[in-house]
Design a protein around this ligand. Structure first.
Ligand code: IPE
Ligand code: IPE
Ligand code: MG
Ligand code: MG
Length: 320
């Protein structure tokens, strides 16, 4: 099943692809080659799609939309390249990640290259509010990743988890829809609702990503299950399970995570299943996705609004 946005903004998405390719061209062919390797590997283009859909829903018909959407996707691409180095993830989008195909130095430097290409696009906007929003978001995303490093601990609380996720994931969703709203000169009340929509969407999205790491279908996600476990990350499924566990089970779960031995992943899964974590998290997920749908009501009816709703409704399927 294909999500509605792919057909509703198919022309704009084609333009986006052209723009992305031309944005990362460089005299240094190795930089372009490696960036292309990831850019052309089938990302969902969800963030630029949000940006395009929101502007269109607000009847923007100026020239800057594809450039804005491209800068958002380039920021996303750069964070993924660096994230895979940090997380030592071997796969991304079903292919070898950049640092595993080349090495860490290539990952770090090409990540910087893609960031700087995003900044070049960002700098070309005439509206300083757009530039400031994008710059602030870039900063908050990196803060989220750093915070996650320092909070790899058994004492991680739900509130810390949501603080990290608000930054490392929801922030770029926010930047995508806020800059899009600013571009379309929308009213401040609409901007507030768009912020609410994007924050809830980003959180629901990351919560779902963390569930998929334990319970996902690898063929659909293009990622190996158990990565968060292997890295000893205290993601929401684990935080919730530990809250419900007696002290013996809690210590056992902490040891399993600290060891990070994939052979023992089924043992961790058993704990999560026993504590019925899947249905507990569904409640959290439903809270945020309902909030998303309510916040969208501020937009006038249009096929673009329908496509935004469709993204929210199908969030838990993670189909392309
Ligand atoms: C991956 O984002 C990073 C997370 C926030 C979980 P996406 O799932 O949007 O990745 P692509 O761009 O479609 O590969
Ligand atoms: C994704 O975070 C990177 C950012 C949101 C910056 P994760 O490490 O949780 O996601 P995946 O599983 O690698 O895509
Ligand atoms: Mg990662
Ligand atoms: Mg990470």
């Amino acid at each position: 099943m294909e999500l509605l946005y792919k057909s509703v903004i198919s022309e704009e998405l084609k333009e986006l692809e052209k723009s992305l390719l031309s944005s990362i061209s460089s005299d240094i062919s190795l930089a372009t080659e490696i960036s292309n390797y990831l850019l052309l590997s089938g990302g969902k283009r969800l963030r630029p799609a949000l940006c395009i859909l929101v502007s269109k829903a607000l009847e923007y018909d100026g020239e800057d939309l594809i450039k804005l959407a491209s800068s958002i996707e380039l920021l996303h691409t750069a964070t993924l390249i660096h994230d895979d180095v940090v997380d030592e993830s071997l796969f991304r989008r079903g292919k070898e990640s950049i640092h595993s195909k080349w090495d860490n130095a290539h990952g770090v430097l090409v990540g910087d290259f893609v960031y700087s290409k995003a900044f070049q696009l960002m700098a070309s906007f005439k509206n300083p509010e757009i530039i400031r929003t994008l710059a602030d978001s870039t900063n908050r995303i990196s803060e989220g990743e750093v915070l996650q490093l320092s909070l790899k601990s058994q004492d991680l609380l739900e509130k810390d988890y949501f603080n990290i996720v608000d930054r490392k994931t929801a922030e770029l969703f926010k930047a995508a829809v806020l800059t899009s709203g600013i571009l379309a000169s929308c009213e401040s009340n609409t901007l507030l609702c768009l912020r609410e929509f994007a924050t809830s969407l980003g959180i629901a999205y990351q919560v779902q990503d963390d569930i998929l790491d334990y319970f996902g279908d690898e063929e659909l996600t293009g990622k190996k299950n158990g990565k968060d476990f292997q890295e000893g990350k205290f993601t929401l499924p684990v935080i919730m399970a530990m809250k419900l566990a007696n002290s013996k089970d809690k210590s056992a779960m902490i040891s399993l995570l600290q060891e990070g031995d994939l052979k023992k992943f089924p043992q961790m899964l058993d704990y999560l299943v026993e504590k019925n974590i899947n249905s507990q998290i569904k409640e959290t997920f439903t809270f945020y996705s309902t909030n998303c749908l309510e916040s969208l009501e501020i937009l006038p009816e249009s096929p673009y609004k329908d496509a935004l709703k469709d993204i929210v409704i199908n969030l838990d399927s993670r189909l392309t």
